[in-house]
Design a protein around this ligand. Structure first.
Ligand code: FAD
Ligand code: SF4
Length: 451
């Protein structure tokens, strides 16, 4: 793993400012010079939007930052975001040839540097084709919707993005905390897409303030409504005060600024002993946010520490920031009268390998198997599913068992002029996968509109 230029834990757990400070220019250029400009670059195969990685890195190595930025933005309109939150260790960097014997090229850090450099130096927009007068509706302004909007706007279409919340960005805004992804950076990159000519309409819930019929009247429609429906464990005590889904907890703080209540209207319970259930990125974000709200935080995960699905750097950050990890344990009941005052768990043991390729966790038996943790806030971060509101209202729209919209290889749904991409089609995935599928779908929309 690469060195992270992080602020000291005792300082950064007291505020919501960015933890990773990025690499300085001199280090970025030296790092870029390590790239071998491979004839068959494996790194590109690992990038869901197909950025010409050796191409942009070569320009960085020669100090041509503007040229590097042009190459980067030709395939990715959200580079400062992706440089910060993509799981590069499983994608471009995970495939980099140099990683076999040495450290891979720090592609994410170089991408981030160039994106931030461009913002300072003055952003340059890609060319936009003359107006086609075709009307495209995009539902949802997460990474999928924003990417589809950019592709369709560049093709000269009249693009309108509908977003139900009061601010754009989807999970980038309401889910991923500021200390990992500063909100001014999200806004900055979305603003660039809007400058291509797309119109953003916030506070517009498609299915309520706009009907499905009105939506379907557009020449082409892209559904990017995400997987914002939280799953719950279904254990006793989940209705007690102080129990949150990670989605609600993070939204209250990231979007509604509950950490600054009563200056802002939305409150959130400030726990002293917070228990977070889950082991993914969402659990790590919830735990680190609760830590910044002043709590002692314990993360309860049913498998072993080495099985944690969160990105390795995020787990490392959580450990550095003092989160306690309680692995091989599963909650069975949340305790309390009206409010949470504890959580009962059972120890788990690892048994035969299951469908995920990992040993399957099974509850232990006997008196010693149960234990109780002190808790006044419990946050469940065990996964989320497709947002059902709109997609259930569109007649004839085929959906799979889990509720996600069924699409073909071009992102086309069962309705010919309706496309979908991102988490609503794939189930909860990643920012860059959402962008990759949206880009692909938008290119198919553009081909259809050109016919
Ligand atoms: P979303 O980002 O969910 O956006 C959907 C948008 O549609 C939302 O703004 C929603 O309000 C809007 N919408 C829904 N219904 C309607 C409607 N009817 N009308 C109008 N608007 C509507 N991925 C990574 O790659 N790296 C990470 O570090 C990472 N961390 C994460 C941390 C958290 C806390 C969470 C929850 C997810 C994380 N992910 C991460 C996953 C990633 O954020 C998602 O895969 C990605 O945001 C999906 O993009 P999307 O555009 O499909 O959906
Ligand atoms: Fe450079 Fe690694 Fe890509 Fe090769 S695989 S071109 S060394 S970043």
């Amino acid at each position: 793993m690469h060195h992270i230029n992080r602020r000291p834990a005792e300082e950064c757990t007291k505020d919501f400012d960015e933890v990773d400070q990025g690499l300085p220019k001199s280090t970025v250029v030296l790092e870029a010079r390590r790239c071998m400009d491979c004839p068959r670059p494996k790194c590109v195969e690992g990038c869901p939007v197909g950025i010409d990685i050796p191409g942009f890195i070569k320009e960085v190595a020669e100090g041509h930052f503007r040229k590097a930025s042009r190459i980067l933005k030709a395939d990715n309109m959200l580079p400062a975001i992706c440089g910060r939150v993509c799981p590069q260790e499983h994608q471009c960097e995970g495939m980099c040839i140099l990683g076999i014997k040495d450290k891979p090229i720090a592609i994410g850090q170089i991408e981030r540097f160039i994106a931030d450099w461009e913002a300072e130096a003055g952003p340059e927009l890609p060319p936009v084709a003359p107006s086609t007068r075709k009307r495209v509706a995009i539902v949802g302004s997460g990474p999928a919707g924003i990417t589809a909007a950019a592709e369709c706007a560049k093709a000269g279409h009249d693009v309108t993005i509908f977003e139900s919340l009061h601010a754009p960005g989807g999970v980038l805004t309401y889910g991923i905390p500021n200390f990992r992804l500063p909100k001014d950076i999200v806004q900055r990159e979305i603003d660039q897409v809007l400058e291509l000519g797309a119109t953003l309409k916030c506070n517009h819930i498609v299915g309520r303030s706009i009907t499905a019929d009105e939506l379907l009247a557009y020449d082409a429609v892209f559904l990017g409504t995400g997987a914002g429906l939280p799953y719950f464990m279904g254990i006793p005590g989940e209705n007690l005060g102080g129990v949150y889904s990670a989605n609600e907890f993070l939204t209250r703080i990231n979007l509604m600024h509950a950490d600054r209540f009563p200056d802002y209207d939305t409150p959130v319970k400030k726990g002293q002993h917070v228990v977070v259930i889950g082991g993914g990125n969402v659990a790590m974000d919830s735990a680190r946010v609760a830590r910044r709200m002043g709590a002692d935080v314990t993360l309860v995960y049913r498998r072993r520490q080495e099985d944690l699905p969160a990105r390795a750097p995020e787990t490392e950050n959580a450990i550095i920031e003092g989160i306690t990890f309680l692995c091989c344990a599963n909650p069975v009941e949340i305790l309390g009268e009206k409010k949470v005052d504890g959580i009962k768990c059972i120890k788990m043991e690892m048994c035969a390998v299951d469908a995920s390729g990992r040993p399957s966790p099974q509850p232990m038996t006997g008196d010693e198997a149960h234990f109780t943790l002190k808790a006044d806030v419990v946050i469940e971060a065990i996964g989320q599913g497709p947002n059902p509101l709109l997609v259930s209202l569109i007649p004839g729209l085929e959906r799979a068992k889990k509720g996600n919209v069924v699409v073909d290889e071009d992102g086309r749904t069962s309705i010919p002029h309706v496309f979908a991409g991102g988490d609503i089609a794939s189930g909860a995935a990643t920012v860059i996968q959402a962008m990759g599928s949206a880009k692909h779908a938008a290119q198919a929309m553009n081909r259809m509109l050109a016919e």
